[in-house]
Design a protein around this ligand. Structure first.
Ligand code: HEC
Length: 83
């Protein structure tokens, strides 16, 4: 997985023994359509920035409108939005 293993400073004990398979996963917005923003939202919109922040920073622990598979924290919109 590394082209220059000694430069990565990752100990060999943390290397995977064997890669069994790789697959391309669906994006969260494809998997949970309720996370998708409208096609009419322009690329530089803060709405898209918020979607990216939520998916990278929050989705690991929170659902949003039932979307996601985490249960560490509460759903951030159901039954009500905490803000
Ligand atoms: C490592 C897991 C984790 C991540 C990542 C995380 N949260 Fe949380 N969050 C929690 C947990 C657990 C609670 C519940 C804490 C409690 O009840 O005391 C919580 C509670 C909350 C609450 C209060 C909800 C309510 O109804 O009171 C909000 C709002 C919130 N998180 C927003 C966010 C946002 C926004 C992000 C991303 C920027 C985020 N969290 C990322 C675990 C996480």
């Amino acid at each position: 997985m590394w082209t220059n293993p000694s430069a990565s400073k990752v100990g060999s004990e943390q290397w995977p023994y064997k890669v069994d398979a790789t697959r391309i996963a669906q994006t969260p917005a494809d998997r949970w359509p309720q996370l998708a923003v409208g096609h009419d939202v322009f690329a530089s919109s803060p709405i898209r920035t918020g979607q990216t922040v939520f998916i990278t920073q929050c989705l690991a622990c929170h659902k949003m409108n039932g979307a996601g598979d985490a249960s560490m924290g509460p759903d951030l919109n159901v039954p009500h939005n905490p803000t």
